[in-house]
Design a protein around this ligand. Sequence first.
Ligand SMILES: *Cc1c(COP(=O)(O)O)cnc(C)c1O
Length: 358
Amino acid sequence: MHFTTQPHPAPMPADQRDEALKDPGFGTLFSDHMVTIDYDEAKGGWQDGVVGPRAPIMLDPAASVLHYAQEIFEGMKAYRQPDGGMALFRPEANAARFNASAARLAMPALPEETFIEAIRQLLSVDRDWFPTVEGGALYLRPFMIATEAFLGVRPARQYKFMVIASPAGNYFKSGAKAVSIWISDYTRAAPGGTGAAKCGGNYAASLVPTGQAFAKGHDQVLFLDAVERKWVEELGGMNLFFVFDDGRVITPRLTGTILPGITRDSLITLLREEGLEVSEAMYSIDQWREDAASGRLVEVMACGTAAVVTAVGKVAGPDGAFTIGAGGIGQTTARLREKLVGIQTGTVADPHGWMMRV
Ligand SMILES: *Cc1c(COP(=O)(O)O)cnc(C)c1O
């Protein structure tokens, strides 16, 4: 794939940018550029890539994405390395998942090397946008939308793949705390639906349940399966691990209604490497309550790109609340977070070749 670069004619002044990079928060600050690759079935598919100034995009009001939500995305980070360079964590896994999402939403596949090259291109023009705050990272958001102007319900024939970058602060500012979660009556994904795809529609449907959790004073929402309302699936944007006192670990099996997290997959590898027995299995909310009460369940970890690994301290629902362990951050959670963050930031060996220099 060929890329042309059109540098921003008026990038943010360096002093203003550097000030913003000291405390970027999450998701509101953006780098100067963006990558766009158009797809047109009539022109043979993917066109040349463009690295251009970040700017609003022109869409026909009949563009399919605006009516039928043909949209997918990824979320990943570039991490600062000890020598000052940057590296991505398992970008091939994001590229592969992006294409799995594309297949479910009837969208065209993007070659994995093009997905990664697009990110490299953006990072090469916006390297000065790396946050300076301790623990910060450059969050990358690749996404694809259907742009064809056509109101019939069928897959579009024109798409836009884009990548934007957003400097992000440390998710755990000072003193990470265990999160409290609310068991939702709403469901996130039904068998045969789009739960395993990273598509915007899943998030649109999770806003009301997440809002309820917040209103009740919790940090996250927990979704149970849509059929029996019994099996633990995942949080709004994080996968779960259950750690028992005998060294066994359970993470919900990928039944098609759970988003296959790359952090989840990496934790399974790291836990097994430590000699822990990890099973991907069905785990019910009643069993969870019982295991927490008996003390057999010692820790619950939630994981995803944004928060890496965090502890779940408290679970609440219409039938009351319960606490896991002492309600704080357990040893396994702390150790795994340190290990994974260490690999990502280049201070711990990377035996699996997960990091890609950019
Ligand atoms: C993205 C996402 C995750 C976490 O995936 P990672 O690859 O680990 O960041 C978990 N659940 C949902 C619903 C997600 O969208």
